[in-house]
Design a protein around this ligand. Structure first.
Ligand SMILES: Nc1ncnc2c1ncn2[C@@H]1O[C@H](COP(=O)(O)OP(=O)(O)O)[C@@H](O)[C@H]1O
Ligand SMILES: [Mg+2]
Length: 503
């Protein structure tokens, strides 16, 4: 699997679903909530204070009116003077907006219509009959109440009954409360909006700065993910920078843990590589050591077989089996040794090579080895040159041709072509044989994959090791090329690709 690699996609600040967006929105909402609650409370308190002040003024005015009337108690009071808001009560010097109204006076000789006055500017104006009627209809109250007076707006009034049983209403305009309150509300609104905007900007900056180390952490993780660990790389040279590994901060803890994890991964990879190298070295050494004794066995068997006249037929058969099995074992040992070398790292002897010649030689060898097959070669007119190890590549092609010879019946047509395609030299070996058996189709390039291992061992395919295609794959990988197969019951086509030499 290829790691995704590349730089991390940078997170757009405040994009949907981001942590920064969540944090900024929550902080801003919290500040908004607090600001709104504070200004609301302030306005309520201010309202209470202003109302209390106004109530005190209303009660004071009511007290003055009462004492004015009380002074005349017992005496004969002229009817005029009993009129609510008589000339001496209104007029210049009176409190602005002071409103007075009283009900009919019936104790003396006549009816005095309900009346009232209101102080506007320097004059005291009479109230209309409707206004007075509305006011004296109010029930007496313990303290001042707010009422709407027709044409005058809201008033804070106290409703009482004087010693002549008249309903007396004294009031002051509620604007002394509502006006400053409106101004305060306006100011509070503006301040709240400003506070929210400020909180948003500050939260954005703070959150962005606070999350920056996380972005650096992500960068490090992406660098690690783009390392070629899958292709044998064991060094992990990337670490979280020291400024993000301070254990006293949360991100620092993550950074520190991340670095420890990388240390661990690196040492585990190195340990695995060491043990793999040991195993590979062992396989290479063992194969190498087996070569000589095998050659001796083969030699002695051959020697004894030549003197067939003196050996009984059973022994002769056994000797020929010893000979062929030791030949197979030698092939196996050679293949193992080659694979171990390829595994140890590309030890190729690369040189610009004309592939036309290389392929032609391989096919002519195959023709000599398998005269019962129908060999065909198709080469382009121009030379195709690639920088390859000619012996290794020749071996890969030879392995494919040997398979086409040994795993298909006599008479099978085998077409070998060479072509240049999209910057690659492409070698195809196509036969019209029976195709890959189902049991091996998905893993032909794996080691020791053979269609019928038991039959091959018992001598059916005397040279079969199950390593031929594994070697092909390893050789092509070492050349930064590829080996692929397409197969159906009507035939098999192997395709090898290596990059063309730059012109
Ligand atoms: N051209 C082919 N036609 C049919 N089967 C094939 C062909 N090439 C390879 N195979 C199958 O793939 C298996 C693996 O091939 P290989 O790795 O070369 O091992 P070996 O040839 O030693 O058996 C073979 O055993 C055979 O079953
Ligand atoms: Mg083979």
């Amino acid at each position: 699997m290829t790691p995704p690699g590349g730089a991390p996609a940078s997170v757009r600040p405040l994009a949907k679903g981001t942590l920064s967006r969540t944090l900024v929105l929550r902080v801003t909402s919290l500040v908004a909530l607090v600001a709104i609650a504070l200004s609301g409370l302030t306005l309520v308190v201010l309202d209470r204070i202003l109302e209390a002040q106004l109530d005190a003024q209303v009660l004071a005015a009511a007290g003055r009116v009462r004492s004015n009337t009380d002074e005349r108690r017992g005496g004969l009071v002229p009817l005029e003077e009993l009129r609510c808001g008589g000339p001496e009560r209104g007029g210049p010097g009176q409190q602005q907006g002071l409103l007075m109204a009283c009900s009919e006076f019936t104790a003396l000789n006549g009816l005095v219509p309900a009346n009232g006055r209101v102080q506007t500017g320097t004059v005291s104006q009479p109230l209309t009959a409707a206004q007075v009627a509305g006011l004296i209809a109010l029930a007496p109250t313990a303290g001042p109440v707010t009422v709407a007076v027709e044409g005058l707006g809201l008033y804070r009034v106290t409703v009482g009954v004087d010693q002549f049983d008249r309903t007396v209403v004294i009031g002051l305009p509620a604007t002394t409360v509502t006006e400053p309150l409106t101004k305060a509300a306006l100011a509070a609104g503006v301040l709240t909006v400003a506070a929210i905007a400020l909180a948003f900007a500050a939260a954005r900056t703070v959150v962005r700065n606070a999350l920056r180390p996380l972005q650096r952490l992500a960068n490090t993780a992406h660098q690690v993910s783009s390392l070629e660990l899958h292709s044998g790389e064991v060094a992990v040279p990337v670490r979280v920078p020291p400024q993000d590994t301070d254990p006293r901060s949360e991100v620092g803890q993550v950074g520190l843990a991340f670095n420890r994890m990388l240390d661990n991964v690196e040492s585990a990879l190195a340990a695995r590589q060491r043990s793999e190298t040991k195993v590979r070295q062992f396989v290479a050494d063992a194969s190498h050591e087996l070569r000589n004794p095998l050659a001796s066995i083969r030699g002695y068997a051959e020697l004894t077989r030549r003197e067939r006249g003196q050996t009984p037929p059973d022994t002769a058969h056994a000797l020929s089996r010893i000979e062929s099995e030791s030949a197979r074992m030698s092939a196996l040992v050679e293949d193992l040794l080659l694979l171990a070398r390829l595994d140890a790292g590309p030890s190729l002897d690369r040189t610009p090579t004309v592939l036309n010649e290389l392929v032609a030689n391989a096919v002519s060898d195959a023709q000599a080895a398998g005269p019962d097959h129908d060999w065909e070669l198709s080469l382009p007119e121009q030379d195709i040159v690639a920088v390859v190890d000619p012996f290794r590549l020749h071996q890969a092609v030879t392995n494919l041709l040997a398979n086409a010879r040994t795993h298909t019946p006599a008479g099978t047509h085998v077409l070998t072509t060479l072509a240049a395609e999209a910057g690659d030299a492409v070698i195809r070996v196509a036969d019209d044989g029976p195709g890959l058996p189902d049991s091996v189709r998905d893993r032909v390039f794996e080691r020791f994959t053979r269609a019928d291992a038991a039959r091959a061992r018992s001598g059916g395919g005397s040279q079969s090791t199950g390593l031929g295609l594994a070697i092909v794959s390893a050789v092509l990988q070492a050349h930064h090329g590829s080996a692929t197969v397409e197969s159906s019951p009507g035939g098999t086509t192997f395709t090898l690709r290596v990059p063309l030499a730059p012109r």
